[in-house]
Write a protein that binds this ligand. Sequence first.
Ligand code: IPE
Ligand code: IPE
Ligand code: MG
Length: 251
Amino acid sequence: MTAKPTVLRDLPADLQQERLPKHVAVIMDGNGRWAKQRGLPRIMGHRRGVDTLKELLRCCRDWGIGALTAYAFSTENWGRPLEEVDFLMTLFERVLRQELREMMEEQVRIRFVGDLSRLPASLRAEIERSMAETSQNQGIQFSVATNYGGRQEIVQACRAIATQVEQGKLHSEDIDEALFSQHLYTQGTVDPDLLIRTSGEMRISNFLLWQMAYAEIYITDTLWPDFDRAEFHRALVDYQQRDRRFGRLSS
Ligand code: IPE
Ligand code: IPE
Ligand code: MG
């Protein structure tokens, strides 16, 4: 299959294409508060949040951003009421089934990052199907962090590496940052350049702890269901004004 040419649709004039982030990560927060403000049950916020994510994915594709990672469910979110957890698992499964065709048309490569073993079997089956079917697509890499925890990810990487050392396949001196990164769920994807968190919370909540080392952080008070193209545009304008020094001095 030949790759579709990248057509940049409607890139706003104040954004410089060569200075766009290669990878955007987003903590989609504030669904519950959005619903509460409207006197609706929390799950209505999650439902609306799906539309926001679909629009952000389209926008990243239109503007030529190569990778998007969205935090959908953390290892700590199991502590929520059972009805909410169940609703979310069912929602993920339904959305995946509904969106597969469009993802194929849009050449999206979907991947799930996190410990998938604890997810309901029917969701896992849908996840595996979507990853397999889209694996050869040539467009945006879309990662969904589901039952994801940054610490859990680091621990599982340590275990995998320790096993190889035990089996004599690896020497401890060979362990370096590059090798470690290859054992993370995100292996093969550049670290995020930009982290967006909605709903005004000033924390990372166990998201991409290793990968976030030099991400630029953008926090908006807007609740996730209200985060739209105009908001994303503002985040990118802000990002392009940052002086990314990586510990060095400004040029
Ligand atoms: C984020 O919205 C979605 C998930 C964590 C699944 P929240 O559900 O955390 O919404 P708030 O923070 O309670 O408003
Ligand atoms: C982070 O949001 C997790 C996701 C967006 C999936 P939370 O709402 O769970 O984070 P805290 O509890 O406010 O830190
Ligand atoms: Mg929250």
